[in-house]
Design a protein around this ligand. Structure first.
Ligand SMILES: Nc1nc2c(c(=O)[nH]1)N[C@H]1C(S)=C(S)[C@@H](COP(=O)(O)OP(=O)(O)OC[C@H]3O[C@@H](n4cnc5c(N)ncnc54)[C@H](O)[C@@H]3O)O[C@H]1N2
Ligand code: MOO
Length: 390
């Protein structure tokens, strides 16, 4: 059995980052920017008023000063003339500040009588003008790689970038294996249960920028499993679930081997998730996840998410760990690195009382996988311990 870190290293060595494609900006949220985006203009492109008021020459703006209003500047419609001594231009938020003016006095500080204004007593120092390029300048860059968040999309739009270069979405084929499984919504026989793992994993992987496809369930025969692999031919990542252990009906290892998969490893010193395997299947990475539902989801967090991120060009890094304070004492741990379903609340972490890897309800109640290193000694309440947020 190898360690989690070594298994991850093997997995990363199987990954080649995917190529890129160009997508319209409106479809780019959550995608990974694959080439720097370069601003095509200054923003604002002109000195702009930040408030509704009157544009005047700054030095003349003192309490009681009077000006003649000679025109108007609105957003989208600037004032063409020049503002001279004793003159003001009515101005609105977002409008270009006219030539000769370098200050906007907000309308709350002005009394207007016909076309004449008088400034009030509390003018302050703020010019209420946003200089050219205050937000960004032509040539400013958003650097790749970067997962595009809504704020990035708004910034790209403002830079007048209508389409962006992003990493292609990893295509993932998810194959459940086992005669006991039926799809959600179907009518299970007395010895059957519902396939849950492919659904949980699709949700997890689609959520980080992959495109996962749930294939028909492979039955416990070589022919059925081979047919499923055939359907997965164009995937970047082929994931099987179940059939990975040592039972008589656990066929994934045998079948993948006969299909030419060179196994990079089998079995990891972790709990849950021990019977994990991985290798290369043609151009694709193949990962065989254990069937127990919590094991499959934990392996998704620990291994599959980092693999997808590496394919997206985000680097070869394990999932980021946080730390929390143990809420109570723990007895010594076991020989495998243990990802315990846990609750983090106000900085304190409490592992669930039941840790059986079949219990999806416990996983759904958890917001953390608390990580106990292999052969961990007893722990005291208050000690800091690492976890993955889930
Ligand atoms: N003698 C031993 N038995 C087992 C060992 C072992 O070392 N020696 N390891 C145990 C561990 S740990 C795990 S994890 C399981 C994993 O076994 P498999 O990967 O072969 O998984 P299956 O036997 O096919 O299924 C296990 C369990 O999970 C259910 N299952 C499978 N696929 C799905 C799915 N898509 N959705 C929902 N549930 C699924 C399946 O019905 C079984 O109940 O082996 C232990 N045994
Ligand atoms: O490793 Mo199994 O995955 O402990 O349940």
């Amino acid at each position: 059995m190898i360690t989690v870190d070594d298994a991850l290293k093997h997995l990363f060595s199987l990954v080649t980052p995917l190529n890129s494609e160009t997508v319209p900006l409106k479809d780019a949220a959550g995608r990974v920017l694959a080439a720097d985006a370069v601003a095509r203009r200054d923003q604002p492109p002109f000195a702009a008023s930040a408030m509704d008021g009157y544009a005047v020459s700054g030095p003349a703006a003192h309490p009681g000063a009077q000006f003649d209003v000679i025109g108007e500047a609105a957003a989208g419609h600037g004032f063409a003339g020049h503002v001279r001594a004793g003159q003001a231009v009515r101005i609105f938020t977002g409008a270009p500040v006219p030539e000769g003016a370098d200050r906007v006095v907000i309308q709350e500080d002005v009394t207007r009588d016909g076309d004449r204004i008088t400034l009030g007593d509390n003018l302050g120092d703020n010019t209420h003008i946003r200089p050219v390029g205050a937000d960004f300048k032509t040539g400013d860059r958003i650097t790749a790689p970067r997962v595009l968040r809504p704020a990035d999309i708004a910034l790209l739009a403002s830079m007048n970038i209508g389409a962006v270069t992003v990493s292609r979405k990893p295509q993932v084929a998810l194959i459940s294996t086992g005669d006991e499984l039926v799809m959600p919504g179907e009518d299970p026989g007395p010895d059957q249960i519902i396939a849950s793992n492919t659904f949980g994993l699709k949700a997890m992987l689609d959520g980080i920028g992959a495109q996962a496809r749930i294939l028909p369930i492979a039955r416990d025969t070589r022919a059925s499993l081979e047919a499923a692999f055939d359907l997965a031919r164009d995937a970047d990542l082929v994931i099987t679930i179940g059939g990975a252990s040592v039972g008589d009906h656990d066929l994934v290892g045998d079948v993948t081997e006969s299909l030419g998969v060179k196994r990079a490893f089998y079995k990891v010193r972790m709990r849950p998730g021990k019977p994990l395997m991985a290798g290369r299947m043609g151009d694709a990475v193949m990962i065989g996840l254990p069937g127990n539902p919590v094991s499959a989801m934990v392996c998704g967090h620990v291994f599959v998410i980092p693999v997808i991120r590496a394919m997206l060009g985000l680097g070869a890094q394990r999932s980021s760990r946080l730390t929390a304070r143990l809420a109570h004492d723990l007895p010594a741990g076991g020989p495998r690195e243990h990802y315990m379903r846990a609750q983090v609340d106000g900085g304190a972490i409490t592992p669930a009382s039941r840790q059986d890897s079949a219990l999806l309800s416990v996983l759904a109640d958890a917001n953390a996988l608390m990580i106990r290193p292999a052969d961990d000694g007893p722990r005291k309440a208050g000690e800091m311990i690492e976890y993955l947020a889930v």
